[in-house]
Design a protein around this ligand. Structure first.
Ligand SMILES: Cc1cc2nc3c(=O)[nH]c(=O)nc-3n(C[C@H](O)[C@H](O)[C@H](O)COP(=O)(O)OP(=O)(O)OC[C@H]3O[C@@H](n4cnc5c(N)ncnc54)[C@H](O)[C@@H]3O)c2cc1C
Length: 646
């Protein structure tokens, strides 16, 4: 092209007339079907002065000839070059049609949508898919963290010569492989709604996000290997199941006799994480076995424990809590730790079930809801297997921190009747492993020998992400401080056990109960879709000591507060069993309406004050702070005893 321009400049004085000839000749040649044209007089061809002699004419013909030749050569080279580029372009377009759309899922399609695979499972299709994919251009792919994932190692892909169907042009391989792998990761690089934690609050949020935004794409990341499930049956109904395979099925008969699974939804409810991006109507995907270890709140992204990064538009932190342990146990060494269960998850239920079938004695430390429920569950088993069940706590009676003393005493009697040896006012001084037994030494000198310990001594809200995210943790209650809309800062909400929220009526609080997890998760989900609603719900909670005795409560229930109790005779309807029959669910809070969580308790209080405890079986207790009712508990029993109220 440059050469052509130089030539053109040299011929400039003649160029105007010459170009006219060329254009004219070309046109007429075409019109005359290639017939040769007679030479046209120069005067008719030129815009310049009239032509002169034959010498000039000869020179002119030579120059025009040269120009035509040069032009022809240039045209030939250009067309040839274009033809080559054309071929390249066509093959590029052809290869693109087989390359995944950046907006589409970058995986080999699966025949059916199943629940989120385990982390091990999910890496397999990625590697396989990588082998079968066509090369793509790096510049045109969505940003992923391919090179950081083990599944994206190019070597992994190249170690698969057995794959017959791949026909890659050899020159395409070196650049194509890493990019191909990057598009096949099972982890989406972006989630419009990212929920950290796979517990009750997250699941409730996912459900409400989808209810308000039906096409929403929601990704739940959980470090557990299970899909979202409810925890309450782990210390209740599952222990009373007749099914010998209950630890596998995790199905249980509710107190109302109906059977259900502890999982909120079957696996078919969920979209696979790798399919989330392409899911036409959105969906909820669960990435199991992955822990979020870092949050970049400015960059709107998180990092997982395998270094994968996921960006988000809106994020929920619902990381729940971690069971506390006693320092004296932690310091006692491996042999003691090996024989200690901190009870929170499915695997803890499975392992304690197994332990209780293989040891002679289990000691539960802790007198609260969890400790008392497990004591009753194991105690009932003791009548069949001869297992010794011991429960010890610093208070005088079971649930002594919650129930007024007379009700705590009543509850303790109930627990004893379940076959549990109660050791009250017990402060553990040390634990040691000697002669194949755990020796628990109490501060008052008493000693308890056992084979296994269950430490049910409270929960530490999981705020591991606070540091990297720069989020505030409440110094009094623990948990992430959030505003009335459960928002910690722009685009980040917190719900469930991990949230320290402002209760309009009762002040700043943190609540560790199922109903709160459901309702706060649901509200956070709504607010993530723009609802901007405050959290005003007074959540309820419950505890069941087997099928016959149960408690429900709302607000602040603290035995150090003054209480007023009102009791009535119990009927057959006043049992946990009847309560679940009435609601039609095994999880009492799953009526899930704020009204049902509160109003029945308030309206059931006209009963007389109890005089003969053994004749009354249900009641309500009001907790007063500064002469204002701040909590209420309701108890029921079918065994003819006075029941608690909180
Ligand atoms: C055995 C048992 C019985 C119970 N019974 C009752 C009852 O009868 N009534 C009642 O009201 N309440 C009960 N509760 C309490 C209730 O279950 C909890 O309040 C509720 O589960 C809290 O829900 P959550 O979603 O906030 O947290 P969780 O359910 O604990 O879920 C948090 C999840 O996040 C995961 N996670 C944490 N950090 C990360 C991270 N960085 N990355 C990825 N995942 C992470 C955790 O592994 C966990 O799966 C019980 C609890 C237990 C353990």
């Amino acid at each position: 092209m440059l050469k052509c321009r130089a030539l053109w400049r040299k011929l400039a004085p003649l160029s105007r007339s010459a170009s006219t000839v060329c254009r004219h000749n070309a046109k007429t040649t075409a019109l005359n079907n290639g017939r040769r044209q007679a030479l046209v007089p120069a005067t008719h061809m030129s815009t310049g002065p009239v032509g002169g002699g034959g010498g000039e004419n000869t020179l002119y013909v030579v120059l025009v000839g040269a120009v035509c030749l040069g032009g022809g050569a240039y045209a030939y080279m250009t067309v040839k070059g274009d033809s080559k580029r054309y071929d390249e372009r066509i093959s590029e377009i052809a290869s693109r049609s087989e390359k995944p759309d950046p907006e589409q899922p970058s995986v080999v399609p699966e025949p059916e949508v199943e629940a989120a695979p385990s982390s091990e499972e999910s890496t397999i299709p990625a590697a396989e898919a990588a082998r079968e994919s066509e090369p793509v251009s790096a510049a045109e792919e969505p940003v992923t963290e391919a090179t950081q994932s083990p599944a994206s190692e190019p070597e992994t892909v190249q170690e698969t010569p057995a794959e017959p169907s791949v026909e890659l042009p050899p020159e395409a391989l070196p650049t194509a492989v890493p990019e191909t792998v990057s598009t096949l990761l099972p982890v989406p690089s972006h989630a419009p709604y990212l929920l950290i934690g796979g517990g009750t609050a997250s699941f409730a949020a996912a459900r409400s996000i989808r209810a308000r935004d039906p096409g929403a794409k929601v990704l739940i990341v959980t470090d557990e290997s299970d899909l979202p499930y409810m925890r309450p049956p782990l210390s209740k109904e599952l222990w009373f199941s007749d099914d010998p395979s209950v630890t596998e099925t995790l199905r249980f008969k509710q107190w109302n006799g109906k059977e259900r699974s502890i999982y909120f939804q079957p696996s078919s409810f969920y979209v696979k994480p790798e399919d989330l991006v392409s899911a036409e109507n959105g969906g909820v995907a669960v990435l199991t076995g992955k822990k979020v270890v870092q949050m970049d709140v400015r960059g709107n992204k998180v990092k997982l424990d395998d270094d994968t990064e996921i960006s988000y538009d809106k994020c929920l932190i619902a990381t729940g809590g971690v069971p506390r342990n006693l320092q004296v146990i932690e310091k006692a060494g491996d042999e003691v730790m090996k024989r200690t269960t901190l009870f929170r998850k499915i695997e803890d239920f499975k392992s304690l079930d197994n332990v209780s079938r293989n040891v002679k004695s289990v000691a539960i430390i802790g007198g609260g809801f969890l400790g008392s429920e497990l004591a009753c569950a194991l105690g009932r088993r003791s009548s069949e297997t001869g297992l010794e069940v011991i429960q010890m706590f610093p208070e005088k009676g079971n649930m002594g921190k919650v129930l007024p003393e007379y009700l705590s005493n009543w509850t303790t009697e109930k627990v004893k009747r379940e076959g549990v040896r109660i050791v009250p006012e017990a402060l553990v001084k040390s634990v040691a492993f000697k002669d194949d037994k755990l020796e628990i030494l109490l501060k008052d000198g008493r000693q308890v020998k056992t084979d296994h310990i269950v430490a049910a001594v409270g929960l530490e809200p999981n705020v591991d992400l606070a540091k990297s995210a720069g989020l505030e943790v409440d110094s009094d209650f623990g948990g992430y401080r959030v505003n009335a809309e459960l928002q910690a800062r722009s685009n980040i909400w917190v719900a469930g056990d991990a949230a320290c929220f402002y209760d309009i009526r009762l002040g700043r609080r943190r609540v560790e109960h199922h109903d709160h997890a459901v309702v706060s998760g649901r509200l956070a989900g709504e607010n993530m879709t723009g609802a901007n609603k405050p959290y005003w719900h007074q959540s309820m909670f419950w505890s069941d000591l087997g099928p016959d005795v149960g408690y429900e409560a709302i607000g602040i229930v603290d035995s150090s507060l003054p209480t007023v109790g009102v009791f009535a005779k119990a009927t057959a309807k006043d049992t946990p069993k009847a309560a679940t029959e009435q609601s039609g669910t095994g999880i009492r809070s799953e009526s899930e309406t704020e009204a049902t969580a509160i109003s029945p308790i308030a309206s059931s209080t006209p009963a007389p004050v109890v005089e003969h405890k053994d004749e009354y079986g249900k009641g309500v207790i009001f907790y007063l702070r500064d002469k204002v009712v701040v909590g209420s508990s309701y108890g029921m029993s079918s065994i003819g005893c006075l029941l608690p109220e909180r």
